[in-house]
Design a protein around this ligand. Structure first.
Ligand SMILES: Cc1cc2nc3c(=O)[nH]c(=O)nc-3n(C[C@H](O)[C@H](O)[C@H](O)COP(=O)(O)OP(=O)(O)OC[C@H]3O[C@@H](n4cnc5c(N)ncnc54)[C@H](O)[C@@H]3O)c2cc1C
Length: 419
């Protein structure tokens, strides 16, 4: 808790210092690419800390559809509309919205070319373009295949499609999920999804089963999930690890088949969560390395490949910090404070960041994992003992309480990000 308080103190201190910095320094131009959890937070925080800055947020979608809690849409405990947020709060914060796609970054000229033909100049650029699917990584899986075997790893039409497929499935049908190797967006996400689909199957298609084919031997909050599944969903969920032959090596959408080294699994509904990489614009800008992700220094999250460009959120390699909305939001706030300092000619302070990921195993059964991170030897390192996971053994309404915390977290973070 001491570390959590220090982090909050740092954020509060940055907010209090803002007027002094603003009056001492002139304006600067910051462009932010991507209006999701990282980008919208960065844009709004920059204006809050330094109102004299000109901040432009580039985002093609008028409505943002959030991934956190989208697994609840699959289980029909939420509607997709509850995942959707507009940008009125962003423009109210005096951020200029460029409702178009960034098509090219010229790091030397410090400009961003836009799909609408305009070009933006910047002093500092923040990129938070999220993930793109590696369409070349899994034989048989391409954009057309995703219409039959949805990934639903970017929330929106894919989420709705997967929900419709589940609802149209016969009772007794086999749902097959494939989960990728690390790193990927939201490490506990596939297992929360399996849990909530199982919750729905138990209610509406009780003869059906769900098979998770995994490219890993271990996963986030594993003991908690595996403790809950036999209690809540006996006989419904089966998990096949990497060493048990769970890695999916190809798919055939025509026959709805997922192929591993040892077996072919024919699915009634297939949810293929494929390997991922940083959003395409990060590759174009030259901030992604051969891993497909973006290396950054751990204080202002400035690219180690392109000076003047900061990368936050899922696209970035953040040492021990997982790819989550909570993390993207925390990184964006730290990044915004650091940019204000850099533009004022000052050295940013070393940050302290928190991440907490809640998962719902059932609508009234929540579990969580938390970590605290600080710069250490050029990366953001996990502070041993500062975080932790929910206890395995609990009494009373503990899991129900955590489900309520999860719900509050979602409402709080989306209010903070989108206003
Ligand atoms: C099923 C699921 C459940 C999840 N649950 C949780 C959870 O419970 N808790 C949690 O903390 N996290 C959760 N996550 C993870 C979370 O959604 C991501 O970590 C988070 O969205 C990352 O934020 P970001 O800013 O990096 O990317 P995003 O939020 O995806 O935002 C990226 C934005 O960039 C825009 N963009 C991309 N390219 C361009 C371009 N060229 N020009 C302009 N704009 C562009 C996109 O349109 C998008 O709006 C979950 C994810 C999934 C898939």
């Amino acid at each position: 808790m001491a570390t959590r308080r220090s982090f909050l103190k740092l954020t509060a201190a940055a907010a209090v210092c803002a007027p002094a910095i603003a009056s001492a320094q002139g304006a600067g131009r910051v462009v932010v690419i991507g209006g999701g959890f990282g980008g919208a937070t960065a844009a709004r925080t920059l204006k809050k800390l330094e109102p004299k800055l000109t901040v432009t947020l580039v985002e093609p979608n008028r409505i943002f559809t959030a991934c956190p809690f989208s697994n609840g849409v699959l289980a029909a405990i939420r509607e997709i509309s509850q995942q959707q947020f507009g940008y009125e709060g962003v423009t109210r914060a005096d951020v200029t919205l460029a409702a178009t796609t960034a098509t090219a970054v010229d790091a030397a000229a410090k400009t961003v070319a836009l799909a609408d033909g305009n070009k933006l100049s910047y002093d500092r650029l923040v990129m938070s373009p999220g993930i793109d699917i590696r369409w070349d990584a899994l034989p048989g899986y391409n954009e057309a295949a995703a219409e039959k075997m949805p990934h639903a790893w970017k929330a929106g039409p894919q989420t709705v499609l997967l929900r419709q497929q589940l609802q149209a499935m016969d009772d007794g049908g086999l749902v097959v999920m494939s989960s990728p190797a690390n790193p990927f967006r939201c490490p506990p996400g596939p297992y929360e999804r399996a849990s909530l689909i199982a919750y729905w199957l138990k209610l509406w298609k009780p003869k059906s089963k769900l098979l998770i084919l995994d490219s890993k031997d271990q996963f986030s909050k594993q003991r908690l999930f595996q403790n809950a599944w036999p209690q809540l969903y006996p006989g419904i969920i089966e998990w096949v690890s990497l060493s048990q032959g769970g890695k999916v090596t190809s798919v055939d959408p025509a026959t709805m088949t997922l192929v591993t080294d040892f077996a072919r699994h024919k699915a009634a509904v297939a949810n293929v969560i494929p390997p991922q990489k940083a959003g395409a614009i990060a590759q174009q800008a030259g901030v992604a390395d051969r891993s497909g992700w973006c290396p950054v220094e751990p204080i202002a999250f400035e690219s180690t490949l392109q000076p003047g460009i900061h990368v936050v959120g899922d696209s970035a390699i953040m040492g021990g910090m997982p790819k989550s909305a909570f993390a993207a939001n925390a990184q964006a706030k730290v990044c915004a404070a650091a940019i204000v300092e850099l533009l004022a000619g000052r050295k940013p302070q070393d940050p302290l960041l928190i991440n907490t990921c809640y998962s719902l195993v059932a609508p009234d059964y929540g579990i969580s994992i938390a970590g605290v991170y600080r710069p250490d030897k050029g990366v953001l390192a996990d502070i041993p003992g500062a975080g932790g996971v929910s206890p395995l053994e609990v009494v009373g309404g503990f899991r129900g309480q955590e489900a309520l915390y999860a719900d509050s977290w979602f409402r709080t973070i989306t209010a903070e990000v989108f206003g």
